[in-house]
Design a protein around this ligand. Structure first.
Ligand code: AMP
Length: 503
């Protein structure tokens, strides 16, 4: 039985406690979370789970384990494999319970103190938490907490959970957590670990995914798994049990799974961009295989914006399933006219526009013999700044394409995401400043088309968007933000925050 609930060992270098505003004008983190309860080698399983969720965050990774007496933690910048393929690191994380986190922040403050899971020693014992999503009132909460004397150790919005739990007057961990959750606004899927339980939480709108799985066990029912996506169950051989429901807290201990629903039931607003781009194509998200959805989106795109052509070429990798669907529907050959070099990171995480340009060149190259003299339909999932598309089109034209038509398997990205997908500020979004014809000119294509919002909804869910009660969060395409953007609406908060940071 757990007796000693001391701080994680070994202690990591923690930068001096500092009060600082969040990473940049609005903190954005795309992340993957994973947790294991009641299984041998929990940390090794967690490392595998995080590896399968690497696409959700590539800047840093961390694992906290509990061995029945003590918590252990290891967090590092870089890819999961850079850190957790080292047997000594896994050996330093003993126990039958562990949680882990992959972080994908924007530029700026990628420092160890922001790497999750966050860990704190409370009067009730140790508590570790990993957060996927973004809080929209974190700045306001942080200001209030600092006024009360809370000393923040990181600049991530997720740290407000820790302080709200610490100051809660409720006695049990779960009640304190609920108390904290009732004060935050935004998108969150959480995986938390205490000495007694592993806890999973999804915000009331269910914006980000979280699933429950079970590990196989020869003797009896195996341990439990929480994960952002089913691909992380597959890697550890766990079976899918169910989605954690929007607004649900699951408390997993040796007695099984207890479900708590502290909020009145409301219509969920799952992020539709998870289907378009973010989730891995072999995952089943909200009961729907992502790969199939992407093919359906491609087919719908072909119906909506058919153009005479010789080839359908995906922008790899994210454009591939939609291009397969497009080609099948259009009756055109699907060809790998662009080859991706897998040994460079995602272009999106490069910090400056000039490096991003370089990144695209490093990442893709045209398959000349296929493309020369052909009318090519290029299929990609989204246009954000337009950098990728511009470069790809230039490359395909240089390879001798007779015509280049671009088809995008999402509607124009006209608004920034404040719920956990990394998008730049609005004025950097190509579609926020230009109509489709202007974008086509900028990108240099003969024609450009995006799937319609209703076409997207039909492909994902089989029904058109209900404008009165949209079935998904599609704010990046419509500007319809389901959760109030509290911090953004209070610029005074930001000013005061920077003054506090400076002072
Ligand atoms: P851009 O070059 O800025 O227009 O970015 C568009 C490309 O980035 C597309 O090929 C997408 O596959 C990819 N992309 C879109 N959204 C994201 C995101 N949130 N994080 C990383 N990559 C993205």
């Amino acid at each position: 039985m757990p007796t000693d609930r001391r701080s994680p060992e070994p202690r990591e270098p923690v930068e001096p406690a500092a009060f600082a505003p969040a990473d940049d004008d609005h903190p954005r983190e795309e992340c993957g979370v994973f947790g294991v309860w009641a299984a041998a080698d929990a940390a090794a399983l967690t490392a595998l789970g995080l590896h399968a969720l690497q696409h959700r965050g590539q800047e840093a990774a961390g694992i906290v384990s509990f061995d029945g007496e003590r918590f252990h933690s290891h967090r590092a910048l870089g890819l999961v494999g850079d850190t957790f393929s080292d047997a000594r690191v896994i050996a330093s994380l003993p126990g039958r319970a562990a949680i882990g986190h992959n972080r994908y922040a924007t530029t700026g403050d990628t420092v160890l103190r922001n790497v999750q899971p966050l860990y704190a020693d409370f009067e009730f014992g140790g508590f570790a938490v990993g957060h996927n999503g973004n809080l929209t009132n974190a700045t306001q909460l942080r200001r209030a907490l600092v006024r009360r004397g809370c000393l923040f150790q990181s600049t991530t919005d997720s740290e407000v959970f820790v302080h709200l739990i610490a100051i809660s007057l409720y006695s049990t961990v779960v009640d304190r957590l609920i108390d904290a959750l009732k004060q935050v606004q935004g998108a969150y899927s959480l995986v938390a670990l205490t000495a007694e339980a592993m806890i999973g939480v999804r915000d009331p709108f269910g914006v980000r995914p979280l699933i429950l799985g079970r590990l196989p066990s020869p003797a009896k029912e195996g341990g439990w798994v929480l994960a952002s996506e089913t691909c992380a169950l597959d890697i550890v051989g766990a079976s899918f049990v169910r989605d954690v429901e929007p607004g649900e807290i699951v408390v997993i201990d040796d007695n099984g799974v207890r479900s708590i629903k502290p909020w009145a039931k409301q219509a969920s607003r799952f992020c539709i961009f998870e289907f378009i781009y973010f989730s891995r194509p072999d995952s089943v998200v909200e009961g729907t295989p992502v790969y199939e959805v992407r093919k359906r989106i491609g087919a719908e795109l072909a119906r909506e914006s058919h153009v005479p052509a010789d080839l359908v070429v995906p922008v790899p990798d994210s454009g591939v399933p939609a291009a397969i669907g497009y080609a099948a529907e259009a009756g055109l050959p699907f060809e790998l006219g662009i080859i991706r070099n897998h040994y460079v990171g995602r272009t999106f995480i490069e910090p400056t526009d000039s490096i991003r340009h370089l990144g695209v060149k490093l990442k893709h190259s045209a398959n000349r013999s296929l493309i020369a003299g052909k009318r090519v339909v290029l299929v990609d999932d989204s246009i954000v700044r337009g950098t990728t598309s511009r470069k790809i089109v230039e490359m395909v034209r240089a390879a001798g394409a007779a015509e280049v038509h671009m088809r995008i398997s999402s509607p124009p990205t006209t608004h920034s995401c404040f719920y956990g997908i990394d998008t730049p500020e609005r004025d950097k979004l190509l579609a926020a400043r230009n109509d489709v014809a202007a974008m086509a000119r900028i990108i240099g294509v003969d024609s450009l088309a995006f799937i319609s919002i209703d076409g997207l909804y039909c492909a994902v869910a089989g029904v058109a968007r209900d404008p009165a009660r949209p079935q998904f969060c599609d704010a990046c395409f419509t500007g319809d933000y389901p959760i109030p953007l509290v911090d953004l609406a209070s610029p005074a908060n930001d000013r005061q925050l920077s003054l506090l940071a400076e002072g």
